[in-house]
Unconditional design. Structure first.
Ligand SMILES: [Zn+2]
Length: 107
């Protein structure tokens, strides 16, 4: 079972308390962008076997959105952080690199 710690209220939640929100750190494109960029923003998502950054909402708790870094194969969680952060915190990147030396970083 996936267990994540909400960075706002500090509660360890299992996945039944959470709502998934898809991939984190999407670069948004809107009017004025190319059709290809807008289409990619709408439809193209990473779906890696391994390290992934995701959006989650503490739906049955404080209700806030946060971000998580985890391994999609092993369910190992490297950390969670507030949704307003544009990049993963250094300590989470360091935790990923320590446990997954082959990880090449975010695209
Ligand atoms: Zn919470």
């Amino acid at each position: 079972m996936l267990i994540l710690t909400c960075p706002y209220c500090g509660i360890r939640c299992d996945e039944t308390e959470l709502a998934p929100g898809g991939e984190a750190h999407l670069k948004r494109f809107g009017p004025g962008s190319t059709d290809e960029a807008f289409e990619a923003y709408l439809f193209e998502r990473e779906n890696p076997m391994g390290v992934h950054f995701e959006r989650w909402r503490h739906a049955y708790g404080c209700g806030r959105w946060f971000l998580a870094a985890r391994d999609t194969v092993t369910l190992e969680v490297f950390g969670t952080y507030k949704a307003q952060m544009p990049e993963p915190p250094e300590e989470i990147v360091a935790a990923i690199r320590a446990r997954r030396p082959e990880w090449e970083g975010r695209a």
